[in-house]
Design a protein around this ligand. Sequence first.
Ligand SMILES: CC(=O)SCCNC(=O)CCNC(=O)[C@H](O)C(C)(C)COP(=O)(O)OP(=O)(O)OC[C@H]1O[C@@H](n2cnc3c(N)ncnc32)[C@H](O)[C@@H]1OP(=O)(O)O
Ligand SMILES: CC(C)C(=O)C(=O)O
Ligand SMILES: [Mg+2]
Length: 517
Amino acid sequence: MSNNRIYIFDTTLRDGEQSPGVSLNVQEKLEIAQQLARLGVDVIEAGFPIASPGDFQAVKTIAERVKGPVIAGLCRATREDIDAGWEALKGAESPRIHTFIATSDIHLKYKLQRSREEVLEQAVAAVKYAKQFCSDVEFSAEDASRSDLDYLCTVVEKVIDAGATVVNLPDTVGYAIPDEFGRFIKAIMERVPNIHRARLSVHCHNDLGLAVANSLAAILNGATQIEGAINGIGERAGNASLEEIIMALYTKKAFYQKEVAVNYQEIYRTSRLVSSLTGMVVQPNKAIVGKNAFAHEAGIHQDGVLKERTTYEIMKPELIGIYKSNLVLGKHSGRHAFSEKLKEMGFELSGEELDKAFRRFKELADKKKEVTDDDIEALIKDEVWAIPERFRLNYLYFASGTRLIPTATVGVAIEGVVFEDAGTGDGPVDAAFHVVDKITGLQGELLEYKLNAVTGGKDALGEVIVRVRVNGRTYVGRGVSTDIVEASVRAYINALNKADFDRIRNNNNSSSDQRGQ
Ligand SMILES: CC(=O)SCCNC(=O)CCNC(=O)[C@H](O)C(C)(C)COP(=O)(O)OP(=O)(O)OC[C@H]1O[C@@H](n2cnc3c(N)ncnc32)[C@H](O)[C@@H]1OP(=O)(O)O
Ligand SMILES: CC(C)C(=O)C(=O)O
Ligand SMILES: [Mg+2]
């Protein structure tokens, strides 16, 4: 294998899920993991198994079902965490136990309340313990960039002696700057005598907006594994954005002379899926995957691009899976054109999924003159990436105005049987949500509501993303329609379906636990 290879470690499902307000269920995590495997990342950190039964189940399911990448699970440097981690990971084709402990004095003194000697001992013991189960063990020195360098070098050397195959040096609080971080990695490479027996990794946070720059500086100085998340999501200001690192290495290959083994065509789709399932909207001017990343607004730029794209484009959008099609779809389009378009867009649908998507497409085409690629993508996300739905919107009627009490009548099918009710609220959306609560018997508390126009124009599809708390847990729901009240109700029902899905799964788990006793 080329020694220019950079390994991509994706932590969207672990650190990415630590973004405030993000909570993915097992099915959603599995879908993201499957897409990450299609993208071709080297490692998927599927979760933190001891953190919750849901996290444990997600790691276990991904370990058993997702083939290709190494599947990692995060564990504190304790036997209990490592036991749970291994239990979840052991079904994987290539499992990796990822154990960590902080090494900076500030974390030792205030958080862990342990001495340097105690932490060194605990780190070594954790690696040795993990090694009994799994040959691939990653050790992370949390807050490495703020740790005493001599002490950190000792920890790194000893964990490698204990069997760590990968040593990760995180900039946990995003405090580093590129030159400094590059020198830090160089010092580790020079001072730790056995460093070549392990792979050196970095994990940068974006508190100063430098996570990608710091990761690239680390690559120049010897790091061969880069950790990050799709769309740069994660704790606080997020993690290094993987798509940005991948495309920087590609675009500046002559400079870095490094290779990654990803399937570039899947980058955009992965970004859209993560955004859709986490509810974390990608800012339009975000590098690589933002809506405006390849848009040219100014006349001089447009003129340049029309004459020769490279005047203002340093990357081809097609390379990352953004494509422009000549097939214009509308109400006169048939199944063949629709299915051809989906193929062009990279969607592989089963016959049943295609039927559902085609039905929604025809409904939309009746309301909208031209159905754009963005509209189609929004419908696919709504129909095909949705979890199994016990509740489905059957019909919606609402009335509101300046002198009316907003009223809604809603029909919701529960397992195919339609129930209807009516109610009032502070507005038509609120009224409809109350009615949905009454029909489903679930009490949703709306925490956040976002409305985006999928395309421009008066007939644009509206996409609504809601965050709803049900029984103490937060669920993201998403709905699209040309009518924003309908999109809102679809989004709300989508979130309740996820809550219901969890409720049924928890009931099943507790009854099988009882049977096991
Ligand atoms: C930098 C990072 O991203 S680290 C990963 C952060 N992710 C998360 O924390 C998400 C999941 N976390 C959780 O669900 C919970 O925090 C759990 C289940 C892990 C632990 O929950 P609790 O047992 O209730 O402990 P709590 O979170 O309050 O405190 C953490 C404890 O772990 C200890 N700890 C923290 N890191 C480590 C470590 N790497 N190794 C060993 N112990 C550690 C702390 O010192 C504290 O111990 P104490 O109770 O003796 O003071
Ligand atoms: C647990 C480690 C890898 C981490 O997320 C960090 O230090 O930011
Ligand atoms: Mg982190």
